[in-house]
Design a protein around this ligand. Structure first.
Ligand SMILES: Cc1cc2nc3c(=O)[nH]c(=O)nc-3n(C[C@H](O)[C@H](O)[C@H](O)COP(=O)(O)O)c2cc1C
Length: 307
């Protein structure tokens, strides 16, 4: 038996594999499927104060190399998730909440509710690209860090933020310094690449309906974008903040690449749309890589590639 366990501070994961928020984690049954699978923990669907039905259909398009989604955060509302989380404790795997507010104050109300519940950790989603008429919070650095700072004051369990891709090294440096200052425990890099579109040339139509047919990109084609974010953030974090790598992960070679870049855990989105069996496949594949490379402790490989 190869030990794949990893820790965010004192929170133990039996292996580094998680779902990415939004995929297979909206209903009780879906969340339970993940907990019953080989995954090391679960990230819940991003929850809002009130229940939401989300954007009009079609709102998700999947191809071999990418997905485009403009779901609009359909979820059952924070109270539902705070209620079901207690029943899921029995699986003894970390349960991570994901929250998003539409106004600053909503983030605090959400964080208060998560604090009083049985969740082990909280991921603040500052990067949803699909809310009509709303910008991405994380690109407003001042407001984002005000929110994170205030949540950190009240939330003593593990706290992280889900970020979008940034486009300049200087911005990443500045944000990394602020994340260290605020004392987050982890960041998830990255949410969907914000602006993606596809036209079906047979029907001569955009493949998704909301937001003028433009949605968030996921899948294989965003992996190089995300790997660069992980490399840069890891360089500036100087081992102070843990990274969850997200974007285009489909097999253990992808996982290993993220680990070398600096990710401690990884999250699977688009490739999980086909079902939770991917966790077992990736675990078997990663154990094979570990044996072939004669790796004694996978933790030694985290962030091996320095830039
Ligand atoms: C259908 C769908 C729904 C998503 N919903 C959320 C969400 O609620 N919260 C969130 O933080 N990210 C959400 N995401 C983004 C994923 O968590 C992930 O960051 C992104 O898809 C990149 O990973 P991937 O390449 O493995 O898909 C969603 C992605 C998809 C495809």
């Amino acid at each position: 038996m190869i030990d794949l366990s990893v820790f965010i501070k004192d929170l133990k994961f039996n292996n580094p594999f998680l779902n990415a928020s939004g995929v297979w984690c909206t209903t009780y049954d879906e969340i339970e499927d993940i907990l019953k699978s080989e995954a090391g923990g679960v990230v819940f669907k991003t929850m809002t104060l009130e229940k939401r039905t989300g954007n009009p259909e079609p709102r998700l398009h999947v191809e071999k190399d990418f997905s485009i989604n403009s779901m609009g955060l359909p979820n059952f509302g924070v109270d539902y998730y705070c209620q079901i989380v207690s029943k899921l404790k029995k699986y003894k795997k970390p349960l991570i909440a994901s929250i998003a507010g539409f106004k600053e104050n909503e983030f605090y109300l959400l964080a208060e509710k998560i604090k009083k519940s049985d969740f082990d950790a909280l991921e603040v989603n500052l990067s949803c690209p699909n809310l009509e008429g709303k910008g991405i919070f994380a690109y407003d650095i001042k407001t984002s860090f005000k929110i994170l700072k205030n949540i950190r004051k009240i939330f003593k369990k593990k706290l992280g933020a889900k970020l979008p891709p940034y486009f300049e090294r200087e911005t990443i440096k500045k944000i990394s310094e602020k994340i260290i200052e605020v004392k987050l425990d982890f960041v998830s890099l990255i949410n969907s690449y914000p602006l993606g579109s596809k036209i079906d040339i047979k029907d001569e139509k955009l493949v998704i309906k909301p937001n003028q047919g433009i949605g968030g990109l996921g899948g294989k084609i965003i992996k190089p974008i995300s790997i660069a974010q992980v490399l840069l953030f890891n360089q500036y974090f100087k081992n102070e903040i843990d990274i969850i790598g997200v974007g285009g992960i489909n097999d253990a070679e992808d996982v290993y690449e993220y680990i070398l870049a600096g990710a401690k855990l990884i999250s699977i989105g688009t490739s999980l749309l086909k079902g939770v069996k991917i966790f077992k496949k990736i675990k078997i594949e990663l154990e094979k890589i570990i044996k072939e490379k004669k790796i004694k402790n996978l933790n030694e490989k985290i962030g091996l590639i320095k830039i």
